[in-house]
Design a protein around this ligand. Structure first.
Ligand code: F6R
Length: 242
């Protein structure tokens, strides 16, 4: 695991460099996209490079990490809509090239299985962007998640619902209770993991991620077993590293 400590803008450039190098050398690359605040500067940088230097995603595909269950199709916080707004609509992915788990499906377990099959059919994810929760989750694999898990329905913890209330007018009652999320084994199947974390609130999770024992209690620690994992953190998020 490679850990880079730098200011947030530099971290975003480094993550964008990794994506640009991949897409320029493999135009039909498969990307893994995260929502939340951590990747926003990366998406800004990719959109800028698309506009200013012709970085193209026309042949690429992307798979989202997770989705809330039951948010109406037009809800602005539905992750499909967030990804559309933050990155997909700002670059040139082909129609249908960005996919996410279907949190509105009648048969959610079938939707999870179909999502796993779609990722496999695409040849797997080349580069997965990740954030980390204050409780050490990646995607929505909350503490206690099986290290061997695949895409499935999960219940969000109180901590995560509190953390995400900021996206729902600071009203925790508006935050869904359930989500569909790629599992830890799904994420580990990606060929390169790039995790971004900034701010003091992430310091304990980053400490556990890089220096703790591999454990389902801190799900991100599974990344220690990945052959190509890059952890990009600012000074505040690195403040508990030894
Ligand atoms: C989002 C996701 C989550 C977030 C994590 C950190 O798709 O999978 O694991 O990455 O909750 O969220 P932020 O970046 O908002 O601090």
């Amino acid at each position: 695991m490679e850990v880079v400590i730098a200011p947030a803008e530099e971290l975003a450039r480094l993550a964008a460099d990794a994506i640009e190098n991949l897409v320029r050398s493999k135009p039909d690359a498969v990307l893994g996209l995260a929502t939340g605040s951590s990747p926003l500067k990366v998406y800004d940088e990719l959109a800028r490079r698309h506009t200013e230097s012709g970085l193209s995603f026309a042949g690429a595909r992307a798979f989202m990490l997770d989705e809330y269950v039951g948010l109406p199709a037009e809800h602005p916080e539905r992750y499909r809509n967030v990804i559309e707004k933050e990155i997909a609509s700002r670059v040139d992915f082909a129609p249908g090239a960005v996919q996410g788990p279907d949190g509105l499906a009648d048969d959610l377990p079938a939707a999870c299985a179909a999502y796993e099959a779609a990722i496999a059919d695409a040849g797997g994810v080349d580069l997965q962007i990740l954030g980390i929760g204050t409780d050490g989750h990646i995607a929505f694999n909350e503490p206690g998640s099986s290290l061997a898990s695949r895409t499935r329905i999960k219940t969000l913890t109180q901590q995560t619902r509190e953390d995400n209330a900021r996206f729902f007018e600071d009203d925790i009652d508006r935050v869904p209770h359930h989500c569909l999320t790629q599992g830890l084994a799904t994420i580990m199947s990606a060929r390169h993991l790039v995790l971004l974390a900034t701010g003091k609130g992430k310091a304990e999770a980053v400490h556990q991620l890089t220096e703790g024992a591999v454990s389902a209690l801190w799900p991100a620690t599974i990344m220690q077993l990945h052959p190509h994992a890059t952890v990009l953190v600012d000074d505040a998020a690195a403040s508990r590293l030894q």
